[in-house]
Design a protein around this ligand. Structure first.
Ligand code: ITT
Length: 203
């Protein structure tokens, strides 16, 4: 059984990783197992930079193979915003509800065809000895005109999956986790893992 530390403070991400990786021989180890872990400042300019920074600092602290997820919503009409600022779109420390209200305001009066968006998830995998991989997953959809559904987190009540027409918050966890950007990034992660682990054995 392979153990990988997940460098996140977001309990929703933790649960999604655990569910998506449940039967795959990979145990997701939460940061809470490492009291005193550093708070990583997300000052990168891209998802890749932020994911790598989080994974590197936590791998160095724990001495364990670590992965980090940097993710967000990119809205076409807003030229990719909120992007890397998704968690703090309406200001530092803002809640999901306030971020969603801001997004609705920014898109007020924009018609349905122009409300395209994508969720993006970048995962960095880092070993303490220095090996690194970066993978990503995206999921296309569009932004609803009002909040719909109450499962999930973040922008889920506003993100309409283009195939089902339902928002992520109108799906149960199993349905979201079978199609989401995070699911796709984790599939890409699994594809690079054997080679990564073989190289670790040689370290
Ligand atoms: P960590 O950095 O500790 O992992 P965080 O929540 O700050 O936690 P990010 O910096 O990657 O993580 O910001 C991700 C934000 O993007 C998140 O807070 C949501 O607003 C949004 N987001 C990402 N994935 C999402 C999803 O599956 N559903 C809804 N919103 C999502």
């Amino acid at each position: 059984m392979m153990e990988i530390v997940l460098a996140t403070n977001n309990r929703h991400k933790l649960r999604e990783f655990q569910e998506i990786l449940a039967d795959r021989g990979i145990t997701v180890v939460p940061l809470s197992n490492f009291p005193g872990y550093p708070q990583v400042e997300e000052d990168g300019r891209t998802f890749d930079e932020n994911a790598l920074k989080k994974a590197r600092e936590i791998a160095a602290y724990t001495g364990r193979v670590t992965m980090a997820d940097d993710s967000g919503l990119e809205v076409d009409f807003l030229d990719g915003a909120p992007g890397i600022f998704s968690a703090r779109y309406a200001g530092e420390g803002s809640t999901d509800a306030v971020n969603n209200q801001k997004l609705l305001r920014e898109l007020a009066g924009v018609d349905e065809e122009s409300r395209g968006a994508r969720f993006r998830c970048v995962i960095a995998l880092v070993a303490p000895a220095g090996q690194e991989r970066v993978v990503e997953g995206i999921c296309r959809g569009r932004i609803a005109g009002e909040l719909r559904g109450d499962s999930g987190f973040g922008y889920d009540p506003l993100f309409i999956d283009e195939h089902s027409g339902r928002t992520f918050a109108e799906m149960d966890a199993g349905q979201k986790n079978a199609i989401s950007h995070r699911y796709r990034a984790i599939q890409a992660l699994k594809a690079v893992l054997p080679d990564f682990l073989r190289a670790e054995e040689r370290v």
